[in-house]
Design a binder for this molecule. Structure first.
Ligand SMILES: [Zn+2]
Length: 205
């Protein structure tokens, strides 16, 4: 991925040397001991291996490119140029402050100009950015910017609703609290009526 593209903002341009798997597993053993358990007891002996493998899944977005996902635009939509809304795309991510999951749904709308994209591609873009250490605000912007850049539509609207488990599990211990973030480009940015239409379509279920 082009390290200077807007969707990488807030992520390292030059990642530090990637530790070996052995080093990563040793770090997990340290954290288990820090938590107060014995990393050498039977039930935990393979845990560092599992955790590093899980990290490979949780954070595989660092090795994936959203621009590549959106490079095939279909123009056989019969000149359709009204709003396309994909609602309730499930995602999970990890907050960069606690490395605890935040889980929710994304809604993405755009006004096509010269082509549409396969609907699963939008879900894929969400996934690529969600599988990194994130802030919900940045995730929302990165999705909007990537779709804007990839499809060059008349406008993009993105809304994310998520529950942050660092909020539910720690401190205040409130569950069922959701955080809503939005990002708008083009006509959605310029025109309050377009934003209202998007919000109405998202909520009109
Ligand atoms: Zn957090």
């Amino acid at each position: 991925m082009d390290a200077k593209s807007p969707e990488t903002k807030g992520q390292p341009e030059h990642a530090p040397r990637r530790p070996s798997r052995e080093e990563a597993e040793a770090a997990v053993r340290t954290l288990i001991a820090w938590a107060g358990d014995d990393p050498t007891r039977e039930g935990l002996i393979d845990t560092p291996k599992r955790v590093t493998k899980a990290f490979g899944e949780f954070y595989r977005g660092y090795h994936e490119d959203a621009a590549e996902t959106l490079d095939r635009v279909f123009d056989e939509a019969g000149g359709y140029d009204d709003i396309v809304l994909v609602r309730d795309i499930p995602f999970f991510s990890h907050c960069e402050h606690h490395m605890v999951p935040f889980i929710g749904k994304a809604h993405i709308a755009y006004y096509p100009k010269g082509g549409v994209v396969g609907l699963s591609k939008l879900a894929r873009v969400v996934d690529i950015f969600a599988r990194r250490l994130q802030m919900q605000e940045r995730l929302t912007n990165q999705i909007a910017q990537a779709v804007d850049k990839g499809l060059a539509p008349r406008g993009v609207a993105v809304m994310l609703e998520a529950e942050h488990h660092c909020v539910s599990m720690r401190g205040t211990r409130k569950s069922g609290v959701s955080t809503v973030t939005t990002s708008f480009t083009g006509v959605f940015h310029k025109d309050a009526a377009e934003r209202a239409r998007f919000l109405q379509l998202v909520q009109g279920r």
